[in-house]
Design a protein around this ligand. Sequence first.
Ligand code: ZN
Length: 386
Amino acid sequence: MTQPVFVYSDDLLNYKFSNNHPFNPLRLKLTYELLKTSGILSDDQIVKPRKATDEEIALVHSEEYIHAVKQAGEGTLPETQAANYGLGTEDTPIFSNMHDSSAWLAGATLTAVENVFEGNAKQALSLGGGLHHGFRGKASGFCIYNDSSIAIEYMKQKYNARVLYIDTDAHHGDGVQWAFYDDPNVCTFSIHETGRYLFPGTGNVSEKGAGRGYGLSFNIPVDAFTEDDSWIPILEKAIDEIARFFKPDVIISQNGVDAHYWDPLTHLSVTMKSYKKIPQLVKNAAHKHAEGRWIAVGGGGYDIWRVVPRAWSLIWAEMNGIDLKGPLPKEWLVKWQSRSPVDLAKKWEDSEDLYTPIPRKQEICDKNQLMLTRALQHIRNEQRSV
Ligand SMILES: [Zn+2]
């Protein structure tokens, strides 16, 4: 059995908008070091990424947009034009060499794909990826090039693969959904906080795909304050039924961890319990339906000290069949506590009293359950009729 691959190098740390922007690449390094000091990431499992070529980026993005991103990174894109491409906004400001840094992230996810399809590994993790809001001709929500969309198109063209995309970020995976909305060989599933009060506002349960792709786009918008007790059983049902229905050749999972209670940008109440469970569910589905082929990418996550390193480490642990529990390594805590503005979490698990219980719990569970039913309705009907 081949061992999983961890795609990483310092080249991935240059995707940085500014010092006070919430999207902070330091979280990659924090995770890498946490895995190293935990003793569960060995040098022979690490693969250095490559940079995506312009042709590869153009599998999804327009040449005009790629050119604009290059110009922006060199400081030569006129301000009046930048807005047309979603560049230079508060969310997605222009930074030096932004094309190169973005191409490295896309290349990292392609490196993960190649390792899986060329037979070096069944599973690969590219935590620099997961930029699910990137559109064909427009940057959006901290995302410039959509590495997952590029990887999916690449897998389709080069390996003739049917791809299931599973997105558990707190925000709707809009960029990937719309890129493959009418594609019969790509199925997208996103669970996220309802778009009523949260960016990007889409991801309604009624968005089910179009044309030959109708019925292959799944959305479960959940209520604010949703907890593990609702999030986990819904995911368990959805992932199992969708994978069984679509029968993919490979699963690519986007692992934004901004649904955590501590995340400053969203309003959900998920804890480390969910972040331990999600990779288990995806891995099981990959084994049952895709001969074990699973590519995992990162995504959102804005409590970079207490949440992201622990949650992302759990994906790698699951790929390796390791159960992480109890205290975090002392060496890591000592090194990073002095730089962290908050008290670091000391254990892999969150404490049971992380937050004060809310009275509306049952109502939220019921509403979420209804969304699950509506999202899966058409495949359940189909199964009943055969
Ligand atoms: Zn997000």
